[in-house]
Write a protein that binds this ligand. Structure first.
Ligand code: F0G
Length: 470
């Protein structure tokens, strides 16, 4: 048995030794996905918020006060693992036998921004944004990649691979390069943002554009890893989720251990919402917090299988043919839907869907606040507006939006929006008058002028006459 941890199937509940896991990270009996469990984990899974029973009887962690102090103290250390916003919390993810083998780019440590203008727009008093786009490769994937790629190194793999809508591949390529591993990226041809594609090339990955969608890429890769000694780094790999749970700890640290009422997360393959839920529920189990925030997942309307599942009386997961300009979440058959649905149900959150028009407007509003994010991240603000309108989030609740990617990942989307070339007439037809006015006020297409001072002054004076000079 692995000394540090085991893997438990989240579907049938069977627990296995970590080394016994198959290369596709699926349970051989029921095809369910695994989660990492530790001697101190709750016995019935992270889905249980109970703090009484534990898998191995006793909780072998320092007391909550001691942990908080230790994590704070590491911030001043010069050691790479201490500077990492993932490994600084290594007591919560103690699966590496040898911490020396950790591959880190000092990920995590991302800002928690106050968003007063977005708060007003959404109708809440206090809104925060945890910006995971401020990670080394510009997305939240880095926190998961440092964890799972370090396991690949410890297990002696020479090759790693992932299917991706762009961000996972960028993160994997960077971490593989740091570790000196070879890596293969499978991406859907023509359906990922240029910023992301360029990253995997820059970091030296073998980049394969497949003539299919993300779901087709993952299916093919899942078959390949069973034939070759290649370590799979998609979020079906449970170690990815261990890294991706750490922003939950950072949020609490940054809020001085006050628990927000609500966390709003974009949903694609649904690994991230699962990971954050695991993080919060584990912290409650360990007594670091006394309650967890409600976790709501927002999907694009054109890629909404989880949203449909919640509305389906038979509770059957039916994959959809996904289509959205928020290419990061253009996923129709999400691998971690069961984990994510449990997190939503257990924490009392919701699943919402938002239109292309609502995503574009919300992205511009986040940008106009000087924060910016990629389209998939903007579903959070778009979704929050709907949750507030439906009375599911009240004005007094403290809400955190999880912004998953940097605005520079997909500059074409932003340019098309500001030039008024992003959406079709049919897509804008559903916009309310207020939304139209908001779009008009936000759009800032570039102005082309002769390089002549008098021409520039004239244009400037015209502008100041409409918006004021002070
Ligand atoms: N936001 C961004 C920017 C993403 O890149 C992704 C997923 C998500 C949200 C959704 O997270 O899949 O955990 O529900 N991107 C993956 C990729 C699929 O390949 O980069 P999820």
């Amino acid at each position: 048995m692995s000394a540090t941890h085991q893997l438990r199937c989240t579907n049938c509940g069977v627990t296995i030794d970590a080394e016994a896991v198959r290369s596709d990270f699926r349970c051989p009996d029921c095809k369910g996905l695994y989660e990492v469990i530790y001697p101190w984990s709750a016995s019935s899974g992270t889905q249980s918020a109970s703090s009484s029973a534990t898998a191995k009887g006793e909780v072998r962690l320092p007391n909550p006060g001691g942990l908080r102090h230790l994590w704070q103290e590491r911030k001043t250390s010069t050691m790479a693992v201490d500077q990492s916003g993932v490994w600084r919390f290594r007591e919560m993810l103690p699966f590496m036998r040898d911490v020396e083998k950790v591959v880190t780019l000092r990920e995590g440590n991302t800002p928690l921004y106050e968003m007063p203008r977005s708060a007003e727009i959404a109708g809440v008093d206090w809104l925060l944004a945890k910006h995971q786009g401020m990670n080394p490769t510009g997305s939240f994937k880095d926190t998961g990649m440092t964890a799972a790629l370090s396991v690949a190194v410890e297990r002696g793999f020479k090759w790693v691979a992932c299917a991706s809508t762009g961000n996972t591949s960028a993160a994997m390529a960077a971490y593989a390069a740091r570790a000196g591993l070879r890596c293969i990226v499978f991406i859907p041809e023509g359906k990922i943002a240029w910023g992301k594609l360029s990253q995997s090339m820059d970091y030296g990955a073998l980049t394969v554009q497949l003539k299919t969608d993300f779901d087709g890429c993952l299916k093919l890769l899942t078959s390949l890893v069973q034939k070759f000694p290649i370590y799979l780094l998609n979020s079906v790999n449970p170690y990815r989720l261990e890294g991706q749970k750490t922003p939950a700890i950072e949020i609490l640290e940054q809020m001085e251990w006050q628990v927000p009422e609500h966390l709003v997360v974009p949903g694609g393959n649904l690994g991230n919402s699962s990971a954050l839920g695991k993080g919060f529920l584990e912290m409650k189990h360990l007594g670091l917090i006394s309650r967890v925030p409600k976790i709501s997942v927002i999907q694009a309307q054109g890629a909404n299988p989880l949203y449909r599942w919640f509305g389906d009386n038979n509770r059957e997961m039916k994959p959809v043919a996904a289509e959205t300009r928020a290419t990061a979440i253009r996923i129709g058959n999400p691998a971690s839907w069961l984990k994510a649905s449990r997190v939503i149900e257990e924490t009392g959150g919701w699943c919402e869907q938002v239109s292309e028009q609502e995503i574009a407007l919300a992205k511009a509003q986040i940008g106009a606040e000087g924060v910016g994010c990629e389209p998939a991240s903007a579903v959070t603000l778009a979704g929050l507006k709907k949750l507030v309108a439906a009375g599911r989030v009240t004005r007094e609740e403290r809400v955190v939006l999880l912004l998953t990617g940097h605005t520079l990942k997909d500059p074409q989307f932003t340019i098309d929006y500001h030039k008024g070339a992003l959406l079709t007439a049919a897509e804008t037809a559903g916009a309310t008058d207020v939304e139209r006015e908001q779009n008009d006020a936000l759009r800032k297409p570039p102005v082309v002028l002769e390089a002549d001072e008098s021409v520039v002054i004239k244009a400037l004076e015209a502008r100041m006459a409409t918006v004021g000079s002070k």
